[in-house]
Design a protein around this ligand. Structure first.
Ligand SMILES: Nc1nc2c(c(=O)[nH]1)N[C@H]1C(S)=C(S)[C@@H](COP(=O)(O)OP(=O)(O)OC[C@H]3O[C@@H](n4cnc5c(=O)[nH]c(N)nc54)[C@H](O)[C@@H]3O)O[C@H]1N2
Ligand SMILES: Nc1nc2c(c(=O)[nH]1)N[C@H]1C(S)=C(S)[C@@H](COP(=O)(O)OP(=O)(O)OC[C@H]3O[C@@H](n4cnc5c(=O)[nH]c(N)nc54)[C@H](O)[C@@H]3O)O[C@H]1N2
Ligand code: SF4
Ligand SMILES: [Mo]
Length: 725
């Protein structure tokens, strides 16, 4: 049997760990961290080796599946792609262009084929009803980037390898392995901060795994972070400690920002946040005293009704304390494939906000899509402009978006639903046709997204570990295949059809190569030197990847030209943010006057909703438990380990309770991505440990008033001991 060693990037999370696979014939016999990968330096987590479980999973689909009266039936690819295009076309012919909605899930950004090909299909579909996991995730960060810097993809990352004080707000990177901060081996990187005399502070309603490692942990009341951030900026102004460094000339609206934060003293923020004023002042003092410091915030402050404000304020705090675009502060990656520079060519664009609004609740469009919290009510509409067709690519919105029960009912009313996915899961079971792409070891990869969000500039290409069988297709082939047939069905010009055909034939590598040639424009000379000679053929010769060095200052050169001819600048006080402050002030007393608040909890062996079918990851004691403070439990007459009923405005679920002292009083926590008991799925391992879905409790009507993004965190709930049957 032929034995070989294969190196590749793990695509399961944002850390981009280098993997070293030993392969004998058709079998992977071992998976280890690749010590020569310049970013991950040998690190992996338990999910890396689980790629093999995914590869070998007997439940993973390889051939197109058509739903029939007697169950799923395998069909050929030509027939399947023809059917997909014909039926989408028929729905649009009958009900109009906007009658087909689409949802793109999280793994789509971890897959080169979907990243590069899906935007074009969406453009061709031409519907304004586009949704994605962005609006249950990083949209507020993109909104802040769009309004402040002029480009939705200019997302700063913490320069963790050189900072002296890192403040982590609403993120648990020890478990999530870092997000909008690709930083494999995060534990070591955080310990290195401490070893060089620096400190780590965590601000979180739960004493998380990351908080355990930190030098300081502050409990913060869920949903109150905007108060905290405003008061932190208040202190900077009050003490006259604003330090602008090299960006002074491009910063606009300092006066309005100063006026906006004036009313928010730490003394006032103490009430809503639950953090006393001296602790807030000390936090800011320590931050300003550190030679290099960075404030980093992630989904914990992106999932409540004021998350739009938070990421604006985080950027302002780093900017005003002189920790922006400087070593050890909040910086931008300058990747070989510059997704910012290439955004237009890829059909992604620099951003847009509020060009249209959802029909039922009037939530704003962002970057061409609507908040997914409106998906169910949009599908339910029965007016002159109904949605009757639906496409999902790499997503499981029934488990991952608010009020999943309402959504799954709405999916039943469609005329045609198409899913590009390799599992029959809680969402795709509703499809009429499932087109399964190749698995993660069967396709090539170059990370155009996460190289751009990494704490160090590197570049790496992974060829497929295994060839696909004759009867399999890659995501990019499926997506381009549908698009080309859709154009054909519409009688589009031959030129347009030929362009899609050419892209399909060329494959994603050719587009990456093109990206290397055209980018990166406007960067400093040093970076250009590092990139000289970078090409697909060089990357193919360097299986561990290429190191392009630490993050480098790149501002203001990288700021894009503004609409209407305004010069590139950084807006410290965008109008929509200032306007939203009134809503925040009006909520001051709601926060301290609540019942129990439910928050989420990511787990190391889990990955949103879709890795629960790999036996090695699913084993161990059940993880879908409600964590609660023992004092809250006592008050409510709840015993450790018993089943409890958790009730919100939209539903009730039952889960076992685990007591401890790691949660703030009044806060309970449940992981997301479970609830695999729905009938009709083909997830034999996951179904055995089904758990319950937190998103049967989260409320589609509870959104951030600014961006319309789902407010998963801090959901008001009641918890009662479960009545025995
Ligand atoms: N309550 C609550 N809800 C949450 C969150 C939370 O913290 N709390 N987190 C939110 C966040 S941050 C996110 S990103 C979303 C995720 O939400 P989704 O993206 O909707 O859900 P996933 O569980 O990632 O579903 C991934 C799907 O993609 C398929 N898939 C995997 N790889 C590929 C591939 O290469 N190609 C194709 N075509 N399909 C593939 C899988 O089989 C699975 O069906 O969930 C959100 N939901
Ligand atoms: N193992 C594993 N890794 C993952 C994933 C996974 O499902 N499992 N998902 C991936 C995805 S899609 C993403 S987006 C990233 C997310 O990466 P992270 O942002 O690091 O995600 P979480 O671990 O959910 O951390 C959010 C933290 O916010 C806290 N929190 C909740 N509400 C509030 C609040 O109101 N204020 C504050 N300050 N904190 C709050 C929670 O207690 C939690 O500790 O992780 C990725 N990595
Ligand atoms: S940390 Fe993320 S990238 Fe690294 S092995 Fe685990 S899942 Fe893969
Ligand atoms: Mo996410």
């Amino acid at each position: 049997m032929v034995a070989r060693t294969h190196f590749r990037t793990c695509t399961l999370c944002e850390a981009m760990c280098g993997l070293q696979l030993e392969i004998e014939g058709e079998r992977v016999v071992s998976v280890k961290g690749d010590p020569d990968d310049p970013l991950s330096r040998g690190h992996i987590c338990p999910k890396g080796p689980a790629l093999v479980g995914l590869h070998e999973d007997p439940d993973r689909l390889r051939q197109p599946q058509r739903k029939t009266a007697t169950g799923w039936k395998s069909i050929g690819w030509d027939e399947a792609l023809d059917e997909a295009a014909t039926r989408l076309h028929a729905v649009q012919e009958k009900h109009g262009r906007h009658a087909v909605a689409a949802y793109i899930g999280n793994p789509a950004v971890h897959n080169l084929g979907t990243v590069l090909y899906a935007p074009s299909l969406l453009r061709t579909l031409g519907s304004r009803y586009r949704y994605s996991a962005t609006s249950v995730d990083q949209l507020p960060q993109m909104l802040a980037a769009y309004l402040m810097f002029g480009h939705q993809l200019l997302l700063p990352v913490p320069d963790i390898d050189r900072t002296d004080h890192m403040v982590i707000l609403g993120a648990n990177p020890l478990v999530s392995n870092g997000s909008i901060m690709s930083s494999p081996d995060i534990k070591r990187r955080l310990k290195d901060i401490q070893d060089r005399g620096g400190r780590v502070t965590v601000i979180d309603p739960r004493r998380t795994e990351t908080a355990e490692l930190a030098d300081r942990h502050l409990f913060v009341r869920p949903g109150s972070d905007a108060w905290l951030l405003l008061s932190m900026l208040h202190v900077v102004f009050e003490q006259d400690r604003v330090e602008l460094r090299h960006l002074e000339a491009v910063l606009k609206n300092m006066g309005p920002l100063r006026a906006a934060v004036e009313p928010f003293s730490p003394e006032r923020a103490a009430g809503p946040t639950g953090i006393d004023a001296p602790a807030i002042r000390r936090l800011v003092e320590d931050f300003m005293a550190a030679p290099r410091a960075v404030l980093y915030a992630r989904v914990g402050v992106s999932m409540h009704p004021f998350w739009g404000l938070c990421h604006w304020l985080v950027n302002c705090f780093n900017l005003l304390t002189g920790n922006f675009d400087t070593e050890g502060g909040s910086m931008f990656a300058t990747p070989a494939f510059d997704i910012v520079g290439s955004a237009k060519a890829l059909g992604i664009g620099g951003g847009s906000f509020g060009r249209w609004h959802s029909k039922v609740r009037g939530l704003p469009e962002f970057g061409g899509e609507l908040p997914v919290a409106t998906l169910a009510e949009d599908l339910e509409r029965d007016d002159e402009d109904p949605i009757r067709g639906f496409v999902t690519i790499a997503g499981n919105p029934v488990l991952s978006t608010p009020n999943g029960r309402r959504l799954e009912t709405a999916l039943e009313g469609l005329e045609f639903m198409l899913s590009v996915d390799f599992y029959i899961n809680e969402t795709t079971r509703h499809a009429d046709l499932i087109l399964p792409p190749s698995g993660p070891l069967e396709h090539s990869h170059f990370d155009v997204v996460f190289h751009a969000l990494a704490v160090r500039n590197t570049a790496k290409y992974s060829p497929p570990a295994f060839d696909i069988r004759q009867d399999q297709r890659h995501d990019h082939q499926i997506i381009a295949g549908i698009e080309r047939r859709l154009l054909e069905a519409r009688g589009a010009p031959r030129r347009a059809q030929a362009a899609v055909w050419a892209r399909e034939r060329l494959g994603p590598e050719a587009i990456v190569e093109f990206g290397f040639r055209v980018g990166p424009r406007g960067f400093g000379g040093g970076l250009r030197k590092g990139l000289r000679g970078l090409s697909m053929s060089r990357l193919r010769r360097e299986p561990h990847g290429v190191d392009l060095g630490p993050l480098q200052p790149c501002m203001p050169a990288r700021l894009p030209a503004r609409r209407g001819g305004a010069t590139p600048h950084i807006d410290l006080a965008p109008e929509p943010m200032l306007e939203d402050l009134a809503r925040l002030e009006a909520s001051e007393h709601d926060l301290t006057n609540h019942q129990l608040q439910l928050i989420g909890r990511r787990q190391l062996r889990s990955n949103n909703s879709w890795m629960h079918n790999v036996p090695k990851l699913a084993s161990g004691k059940p993880r879908c438990t409600l964590r609660m403070h023992a004092d809250d439990a006592k008050r409510l007459g709840i015993r450790d380990g018993q089943d409890v009923e958790i009730t919100s405005r939209v539903g009730t679920i039952t889960a076992p309770v685990e007591l401890g002292d790691e949660l703030m009083l009044g806060v309970v926590s449940l992981p997301h991505g479970f609830g695999h008991h729905r009938p009709g799925t083909r997830l034999r391992v996951a179904t055995e440990r089904a758990g319950v879905s937190i998103n049967d409790l989260t409320d589609d009507q509870r959104t951030d008033g600014l961006s319309g993004v789902a407010a998963f965190s801090g959901v008001p709930v009641t918890v009662t001991p479960s009545r025995p049957e």
